[in-house]
Write a new protein. Structure first.
Length: 262
């Protein structure tokens, strides 16, 4: 039986006083937070990169033009979703994540200054508390976006990953910011809907046990990685829609993520 998911959050968030919902959606300012899927898309060094194979791009005998392609890629690469099952046995697969966790008000926590000083920076609970001191409590169910400034480096593999190598030999050379385990615990306690970051992983590059993934996913909190153009978002007030390819039983998948500005 086909399951219908009703998501009142969107209506409640953008249909209060002022322009109607249809006006906001039609005339509002949207920001695309997604990198293109092409030969420049950055994938984990051990993952299959994105490949597009042209099946047809020609005029057919009947006189009409016909284009079709095949594509292949790992689930985890480019702008993508990590489903909780990725590091949490029995947790939500890609197709099981409630829509309410993929469409929600967003908060942007900017740690780019800290990350400028070290590629191995890990977001601390104090970063979350400092944000809350200035902007109020992180709302339950919100999408928390961590801006490290790494988006400025895309699509330079050396600057994004810390290495241009591929395969297992590249993994020890990965250097990019992520969250600390303590920060992940704090976000799980706040019962956020999802966590996104502008680096290849919510765990920093030198992580050996992927503790941040494990802690968030144990609470069925999905992650968005390689999120683009966060610098175009306000600290609060944006509404994010992050819809992955709906892969049955998937551990993640390509993500199209956009934000409606206030």
């Amino acid at each position: 039986m086909r399951r219908l998911q009703i998501v009142p959050v969107l209506l409640l968030s953008i249909s209060c006083s002022g322009p109607s919902l249809s006006d906001r959606l039609a005339m509002g300012t949207w920001v695309d937070l997604t990198y293109p899927f092409d030969s420049t898309a950055i994938y984990w060094p051990t993952a299959q990169p994105f490949r597009l194979t042209v099946v047809s791009a020609q005029r057919m005998p009947g006189g009409y033009y016909y284009a079709a392609n095949n594509f292949a890629a790992a689930e985890h690469g480019g702008t993508h979703l990590d489903a909780p099952v990725h590091f949490g046995q029995g947790k939500h697969t890609t197709d099981q994540i409630p829509l309410s966790q993929l469409m929600a008000a967003a908060v942007v926590i900017d740690v780019s200054h800290q990350a400028d000083s070290t590629a191995d920076y890990r977001v601390l609970p104090s970063d979350l508390r400092n944000w809350e001191s200035a902007h109020g409590a992180i709302p339950e169910g919100s999408i928390v976006l961590i801006r490290t400034g790494w988006g400025r480096r895309w699509p330079d593999r050396q600057r994004v990953l810390g290495t241009t190598k591929t395969g297992a030999a590249a993994v020890p050379e990965l250097h990019f910011p992520g969250l600390s385990l303590d920060a992940a615990r704090e976000l799980a306690r706040r019962r956020v809907g999802a966590v996104g970051i502008d680096t290849p992983s919510i765990d920093y590059g030198q992580s050996k046990n992927y503790g941040v993934h494990r802690r968030l996913f144990a609470a069925n909190i999905p992650a968005f990685e390689n999120v683009a153009h966060m610098e175009e978002l306000p600290v609060t007030g944006a509404f994010v829609i992050a819809l992955p390819m709906k892969i049955t039983g998937g551990s993640g998948g390509p993500l199209r993520i956009v934000a409606l500005l206030p």
